[in-house]
Write a protein that binds this ligand. Structure first.
Ligand code: S5P
Length: 268
């Protein structure tokens, strides 16, 4: 089946090239899993990617938490991810004014040169999206911004009013790929999907087959429930990288997510 048939309304309404690319990759890999690759050494990251790459649609990084990061080792890691047909998503959670965010896409990590997606808070106003898009343009590349509309952590300050404003401003911007929603609370996610409509994607952290509380205020909901509530991609970290058998776990998340998508007769 073609990506357009599988994604239905979502395909028709998401014309941003990067959004279509994601939907196609998800179909090729039969997985709606984005790995949160939160390991702190290059060896640990490479080992993980080798084990689970075939079961992923995207790779989410925190480039600034790696102890032995180097330009060369990162280049090799990213080219391996590309060979595995993955979108590379730097979860930098930019939040500064547009101009500084543009400059922060450069610097030592040079995020603009290898990322397909980045996260941003909209707290400083919508110019941050232009700043990040300018960052990619500066090196002749394009990418998509995921705005944090909700968070999975206990006690976060993203109130329903704030979420509504982020969705309103973000929906109107071509540079916005989609929104981060709270995967741990399907009822919140359903509301987010209603507000977003079909025009943008929603990606959700805070999912784990073992639902409940995680470390330091993290909360987890069931991956298939998140997809039924309107998520287009489950972001899974510890559920995979802390598992005794990461490959088996990644495969299980991939199957759960893909089947949940196929089960949705009308994508909602
Ligand atoms: O609200 C959020 C937003 C994000 S992007 N809550 C999150 O947990 N995340 C990220 O998702 C977080 O930075 C981490 O990399 C991942 C969740 O990892 P896990 O180990 O809890 O599955």
């Amino acid at each position: 089946m073609q990506a357009s048939e599988i994604w239905g309304e979502r395909w028709i309404n998401n014309t941003l090239p990067m959004a279509r690319t994601y939907m196609e990759v998800a179909c090729r890999k039969q997985s709606l899993v984005c790995l949160a690759a939160d390991r702190r050494t290059m060896a640990g990251l490479n080992e993980l990617l080798d084990q689970v790459g075939p079961y992923l649609a995207a790779l989410k990084t925190h480039v600034d938490l790696i102890d032995d990061w180097s330009v060369e080792s990162w280049k090799d890691f990213c080219s391996k991810a590309k060979k595995m047909d993955l979108l590379i998503f730097e979860d930098r959670k930019f939040a500064d004014i547009g101009k500084i965010s543009r400059d922060q896409m450069a610097g030592i990590y040079d995020i603009r040169s290898w990322s397909d997606l980045v996260t941003a808070h909209l707290i400083s106003g919508p110019d941050i999206v232009d700043g990040l898009q300018a960052g990619w343009s500066d090196v002749g590349r394009s990418g998509g911004v995921l705005l944090l509309a909700q968070m999975s952590s206990r006690g976060n300050l993203l109130s329903p009013d704030y979420t509504e404003t982020v969705v309103k401003l973000g929906s109107a911007h071509d540079g916005v790929f989609g929104f981060i929603g709270n995967g741990s609370k399907p009822e919140e996610l359903k509301k987010l999907r209603v507000a977003v409509g079909q025009g943008k994607l929603i990606w959700t952290p805070g999912v784990n087959i073992a639902v409940g509380d995680g470390e330091m205020g993290q909360r987890y909901g069931a991956p298939d429930e998140a997809i039924h509530a309107g998520s287009d991609c489950i972001i899974v970290g510890s559920g995979i990288h802390k598992s005794d058998n990461p490959a088996e776990s990644a495969k299980a998340y991939a199957e759960l997510s893909w089947n949940a998508l196929l089960e949705k007769k009308v994508i909602s």
